[in-house]
Write a protein that binds this ligand. Sequence first.
Ligand SMILES: [Zn+2]
Length: 111
Amino acid sequence: MHVRGDGNTLDDGTPIPDSVVADLIPESFISALIHDSAGNPIDATNRRRHPTPRQRRLVKERDRVCVDCGRGELLEYDHVPAHQHTGRTLTTEVKLRCAPCHQQRHAPGVL
Ligand SMILES: [Zn+2]
């Protein structure tokens, strides 16, 4: 879905009302595409490694404890698959893991 100053559309051009966009935003991965003055897209992809506060809340609400051992402290956000492979941070690709389990997962020889 594309949200622009002059209106919102699906990939195929189907118009989408602002109210529908507003309903979807809390569950959406938002990627900003900035255009130069000639209308050409500028590469401004969100490549941040760390989840945003909203993403952290969502993952914590979903997983609540370490997905491996159930510990409720020393929790960290673990990219699955690894961020170095995806270059992105999606809540569907982040798991809550305690520091020891997280460390073990990334130990040499463990994928
Ligand atoms: Zn754990």
